[in-house]
Ligand binder design. Structure first.
Ligand code: SAH
Ligand code: SF4
Ligand code: F3S
Length: 455
C-alpha cells in the first residue's frame, strides 16, 4: 500500500492543473439496501465535501443512517488542523473498531485531511489494521475513482444539507504555507475553478431558489492568481452578486490579499453580506513573521480601519493562535491590544498545536502548556467581553434574518442569521423557514440574540 508523502505534498510545480469532468456512473442497484454512517470533522470545506460523499454513496444505492450501529459502512471525513481534531477521530475509530468486532463486514473508510498524513495512515494501519476496503469495492464495481490531488473535478453533484443556504467551492488547496499549518500539505496546491463554472453553479442554485451561497476556499481572495487571464476575487464576487441570490458570503479571506477593489465590491453590493472573517493569528509582528503570515500588526490594523470606514455596518470575526513557539508575554499582550482595538464580533481562539512536517513544529518553544492555557483563558475573557458588547448594540434594532430552521432553544422558536452573521432565536416565525424576516432584537447574549418577528 502506498502511503501519502509529506515531502511530496510540499512541492509546488508548474505542472498544469487538469480540469476534468466527474465520471461517476450511478447505479443504485449496486449497494441497494445498504446503509452508511457519515461523520464530518473540520472546516466548511469538509462539510461541503461530505455533501459530495453523500451523493457518491447514495448514487450507488446506500442510504444514510444516523447511527453507526447496524451500518454497512462508516465514513469519517477527518480534519488534521490541530491535535485535538486527531484525538477526536481516533476516539471515534475506537468505537468503530468495537462495532467491527460485532460486524466483521463493516467497512471503515477514512477520508479528508488526516488520510493525507503519512504518520496517521501508519498509525491506523498498524494499530487498527483497517484496510481501505471501500476503494477496492468501488473499483470492482466499475466506478472510476479520481485522485483529486492536483486536479479540479467539475460537474460534481452534491446532496446538500440545506435547501436554503449552499456552499460553492471556488478554489481548492492553499499555497500560503503559514508555518504552523498543515492545510497546504493535506489539500495540495492552490487550484482555482474556472469562473464560468462557478457562475454556472451559482446560476443553478439561483434557479433552485437558494437564498444564500457561501463561496469557499482556504484563501478566497487569492482566487484566480493561479490561472492566467482569470478574474480576480473582487471581480468574481461582483459577477456572483449580479446573479441575484439574496445573500452572498465568502470564507476565508486572508488579510494579505485583501484589495481595495474587494472592499469596494462588498461595500457597494447590497447582497454581499457585510460580514468578514479576517484571521489575525497574532498581534505581534515578530510572531506574525515567524508564522509566515506576510503582514504586520500595523498593516492588519490599517486594513481593519479601511474596512470599517468603507463598510461601517461590517461585523468582523477572527482566528487567533496563542502560544506559538517563542511567543513571549509581551507578544501575547500585543495580541490582546489588537483585540482591544478591533473589538471583534467573535473570535475562534486556539492553542498552537505542532503539526508533523510543518516548519513551526521544529521551532524552540519555551512556554509551558500551563502558561498557554492561562493565555487562552485571558484572551477568551476579552474576546467574550467584546462579543457581548457587539451583540448588545443590536438590542431594540430591527434586523433582516434569514430563517434556517428550528431553534434548539424552544419549540415555538426558529433560528436564523442576520446579514452580519449573528445567530438569532426568533419568536413568531415557525412557518417562515427559508424566508428573510424582519425581526426586532429583544435580548443580546454573548453568542446569540433573541428576537421577535415583526413582519
Ligand atoms: N485558511 C484560513 C485558516 C484555516 S485553519 C486562514 O488562513 O485564515 C483555521 C484556523 O485554525 C486558522 O486560522 C488558525 O487560527 C488555526 N490553526 C491552524 N493551524 C493551527 C495549529 N497548528 N495550531 C493551532 N491552531 C491552528
Ligand atoms: Fe493554513 Fe495559512 Fe493556508 Fe490558511 S492561509 S490554510 S492558515 S497555510
Ligand atoms: Fe481541517 Fe482539512 Fe479543513 S485540516 S480545517 S478539514 S482543510
Amino acid at each position: 500500500m502506498k502511503l501519502p508523502n509529506l515531502e511530496k505534498a510540499k512541492i509546488r510545480n508548474e505542472k498544469e492543473v487538469e480540469y476534468i469532468d466527474a465520471t461517476i456512473k450511478k447505479d443504485v442497484s449496486l449497494f441497494r439496501g445498504k446503509k452508511y454512517f457519515l461523520k464530518t470533522y473540520g472546516c466548511q470545506m469538509n462539510v461541503h465535501d461530505s455533501e459530495l460523499i453523500k451523493n457518491l454513496l447514495e448514487g450507488i444505492g446506500f442510504l444514510e443512517s444516523d447511527k453507526m450501529e447496524g451500518s454497512d459502512i462508516v465514513v469519517l471525513n477527518t480534519c488534521a488542523i490541530r491535535e485535538n481534531a486527531h484525538d477526536k477521530v481516533f476516539g471515534f475509530l475506537g468505537r468503530a473498531k468495537h462495532e467491527k468486532s460485532i460486524n466483521p463486514n463493516l467497512i471503515i473508510c477514512i477520508c479528508g485531511c488526516m488520510a493525507q498524513e503519512p504518520s496517521v495512515c501508519e498509525e491506523i494501519l498498524s494499530c487498527h489494521k483497517l484496510p481501505n476496503l471501500l476503494m477496492n469495492k468501488i473499483n470492482k464495481t466499475d466506478i472510476e475513482v479520481e485522485s483529486i490531488e492536483g486536479n479540479v473535478v467539475e460537474n460534481l453533484e452534491y446532496i446538500r444539507d440545506s435547501k436554503i443556504s449552499a456552499w460553492v467551492n471556488i478554489m481548492y488547496g492553499c499555497d500560503k504555507f503559514c508555518t504552523y499549518c498543515i492545510v497546504p500539505y493535506t489539500r495540495g496546491k492552490q487550484r482555482s475553478r474556472k469562473s464560468e463554472k462557478i457562475l454556472e453553479e451559482v446560476e443553478k442554485l439561483k434557479r433552485e431558489n437558494y437564498k444564500e451561497i457561501t463561496l469557499l476556499g482556504q484563501n478566497v481572495n487569492a482566487y484566480g492568481k493561479d490561472l492566467e487571464g482569470e478574474l480576480s476575487f473582487a471581480e468574481l464576487l461582483e459577477k456572483v452578486s449580479d446573479i441575484g441570490i439574496e445573500r452572498v458570503r465568502f470564507v476565508t479571506s486572508h488579510p494579505w490579499d485583501f484589495t481595495d477593489e474587494l472592499i469596494d465590491v462588498i461595500a457597494s453590493k447590497p447582497n454581499v453580506m457585510p460580514y468578514i472573517h479576517l484571521p489575525l493569528q497574532s498581534g505581534s509582528s515578530r510572531i506574525l513573521k515567524l508564522m509566515g503570515r506576510r503582514y504586520t500588526k500595523e498593516e492588519y490594523i490599517k486594513l481593519y480601519d479601511k474596512i470599517k470606514k468603507k463598510i461601517p455596518a461590517a461585523s468582523i470575526s477572527t482566528d487567533i493562535i496563542v502560544g506559538f513557539p517563542g511567543e513571549s508575554e509581551e507578544d501575547f499582550r500585543e495580541t490582546l491590544e489588537v483585540v482591544d482595538y478591533c473589538k471583534y464580533d467573535s473570535a475562534f481562539t486556539f492553542i498552537f498545536s505542532p503539526r508533523v512536517g510543518t516548519p513551526a513544529e521544529r521551532l524552540k518553544d519555551g512556554t509551558t502548556l500551563k502558561e498557554k492555557e492561562e493565555r487562552l483563558k485571558r484572551l477568551n475573557e476579552l474576546v467574550n467581553k467584546y462579543s457581548l458588547l457587539a451583540n448588545q448594540k443590536y438590542e431594540g434594532k430591527i434586523e433582516d434574518v434569514l430563517i434556517i430552521g428550528p431553534s434548539e432553544k424552544g419549540a415555538d422558536l426558529v433560528c436564523g442569521y442576520t446579514e452580519t452573521m449573528k445567530l438569532v432565536n426568533v419568536l413568531g416565525a415557525t412557518s417562515r423557514v427559508g424566508e428573510i424576516v424582519k425581526v426586532k432584537i429583544t435580548e443580546a447574549k454573548s453568542f446569540s440574540l433573541n428576537g421577535e418577528a415583526i413582519l
